[in-house]
Ligand binder design. Structure first.
Ligand code: NDP
Ligand SMILES: O=C1OC[C@@H](O)[C@H](O)[C@H]1O
Length: 262
């Protein structure tokens, strides 16, 4: 969304929130949408965490750039794309002060504290590792890497470098999920018997050449939506380490990217 449309949406939502003052639930929902639009930037502190975005991606806008505008001690300080012009255009559009024409330049930028890896899945491991070796903390998009071997390597580099390296699963930070986890932990609702997870994402939301449909970039339903299922199964207290008894690979359905696990 460009700045002008964001401003229009913001005004509209602010009016709606004012009108919903007698309905706290609705007002809260609307406030969250307004926050998501991120159009109320705050003054940064003197020494914010300076994050560089690796990949001029869609996800970086709503997962990092807009939310960071409302956080005083976080600054999105640079972006890199494989093409310098694309990096410059993206930086201009989103008010990012520095644009790098290669991922390596971003990783080597001494002014940055952390790197947000927002590339196709197949490149997560390589660039998370490069960023860690260059002394940067890493926030890596899900799924963490393309396979377990890469994941172990990246984690070992993070440990050796004494740097943070987190996978960007935000669902587990949501208060509703934390409350469920706490209920399960406390035993207040008994012991967990079964957990069924299903993620449905409309396939029409993406073009045919989207990174999600490209095996060479570690795409595919299980990598895109299915990693939420696998992660959820391990996240809640009482869940044992999943044991795979069978697996069947098939072509994605026409209408939906569907991933299920029990
Ligand atoms: N946590 C969450 O809620 C979400 C996470 N994601 C994850 O974020 C990542 C990016 O997804 P999304 O932003 O939707 O994807 P986009 O296609 O919008 O962005 C991917 C970026 O990767 C870069 N890239 C590098 N190599 C290639 C290549 N060979 N082909 C295509 N792009 C390439 C491109 O950057 P450039 O051209 O600038 O170099 C591009 O901007 C994925 O891993 C996805 O799983 C996605 C959505 C939500
Ligand atoms: O992680 C994700 O969340 C939102 C979806 O649009 C997307 O396919 C997936 O990458």
């Amino acid at each position: 969304m460009d700045e002008e449309s964001a401003a229009v949406h913001t005004t509209y939502l602010t009016d709606l929130i004012a009108q919903s003052k007698h309905n706290k639930g609705a007002a809260g929902q609307l406030q969250r949408v307004l926050n998501f639009l991120g159009h109320n930037p705050v003054q940064k502190t003197d020494n914010p965490v300076r994050i560089g975005v690796l990949g001029a991606s869609q996800v970086a806008t709503y997962a990092l750039i807009w939310p960071a505008q409302r956080i005083a001690d976080v600054e999105v300080a640079a972006v890199a794309a494989r093409d310098p012009k694309r990096a410059a255009d993206y930086a201009k559009k989103h008010g990012i002060p520095v644009a790098h024409g290669s991922y390596q330049q971003l990783v080597d930028d001494p002014s940055l504290t952390a790197i947000y890896v927002a590339t196709p899945n197949g490149l997560h491991g390589e660039w998370a590792e490069a960023a860690l070796r260059a002394g940067k903390h890493v926030l890596c998009e899900k799924p963490f890497t393309a396979n377990a071997e890469e994941a172990r390597l990246v984690q070992s580099v993070a440990a050796k470098q004494r740097l943070l390296c987190r996978e960007a699963f935000h669902y587990k930070e949501h208060p509703a999920n934390k409350a469920v986890a706490q209920l399960l932990q406390s035993g207040a609702i008994g012991q967990l018997q079964q957990l069924a997870v299903q993620v449905l994402i409309p396939a029409w939301a993406f073009s045919k050449d989207d990174i999600r449909f490209q095996a060479r970039l570690a795409g595919g339903t299980m990598m895109d939506a299915g990693c939420y299922c696998a992660h959820t199964l391990r996240f809640f207290p009482g869940c044992s380490r999943p044991h795979v008894t069978s697996a069947t690979a098939g072509k994605a359905q026409q209408q939906l990217l569907v991933a299920r696990q029990c």
